[in-house]
Design a protein around this ligand. Structure first.
Ligand code: HEM
Length: 127
C-alpha cells in the first residue's frame, strides 16, 4: 500500500479553500486584525505555498521565498498566547467551514497547535 501524503489527501483545491476561510476569519478577529495587513491576498498566497510543503507537497514556499524560518519571520509581530489561541480558533472554524473531519483534521490541527505554540514570542500585549 502506497502511503498517502497529507497534501494528496486534502488536495490543492480544498487547501486553498481552507486558507481563504482562515484569513476571512483573521480579518474579522479583533485580536488578530491589528497585526495583519489590510489586504490579505499576498499573505494567503504565501500561506497556501507554505502549507503545501508543510503537508508534504511540492516546496512552493521555499522555491519562491527561501527557507521558511517561520519563527524568525514571525519575530516582527507581537505574538502572545492570546493571539496564538485566536489564530488556532480561526483555523478550527475554517476547518469546520471547509468540512475537514476525522483523523486528517485531528492530526493537522494537532501539528498546527505545536507550530503555533512555537511562534509565541511575548507574554502580553496592549488592548
Ligand atoms: C505571516 C501572525 C502562526 C504561517 C504572518 C504575519 C502575521 C502572522 C502577522 C504577517 C502577514 C503579512 O505581512 O503578510 C501569526 C500569528 C500566529 C501565527 C499571530 C499565532 C500563533 C502561524 C503558523 C503558521 C504561520 C502556526 C504555519 C503553520 C505563516 C506564513 C506567513 C505568515 C507562511 C507568511 C510569511 C511570509 O511573509 O513569507 N503570520 N502567525 N503562522 N504566517 Fe503566521
Amino acid at each position: 500500500q502506497t502511503p498517502i501524503l497529507p497534501y494528496d489527501e486534502i488536495g490543492a483545491e480544498k487547501l486553498s479553500e481552507l486558507v481563504d476561510a482562515f484569513y476571512s476569519n483573521v480579518a474579522q478577529h479583533p485580536k488578530l486584525k491589528p497585526i495583519f495587513p489590510d489586504d490579505l491576498t499576498e499573505t494567503a498566497r504565501k500561506q497556501k505555498q507554505f502549507l503545501t510543503q508543510y503537508l508534504g507537497g511540492p516546496n512552493l514556499y521555499t522555491e519562491e521565498h527561501g527557507h521558511p524560518m517561520m519563527k524568525m519571520r514571525h519575530n516582527a509581530f507581537p505574538i502572545t498566547p492570546e493571539r496564538k489561541d485566536a489564530w488556532l480558533a480561526c483555523m478550527s472554524d475554517a476547518m469546520d467551514k471547509t468540512g475537514l473531519e476525522g483523523k486528517f483534521r485531528h492530526d493537522l490541527y494537532r501539528r498546527l497547535v505545536l507550530t503555533a505554540n512555537h511562534m509565541v514570542n511575548q507574554q502580553s500585549h496592549e488592548e
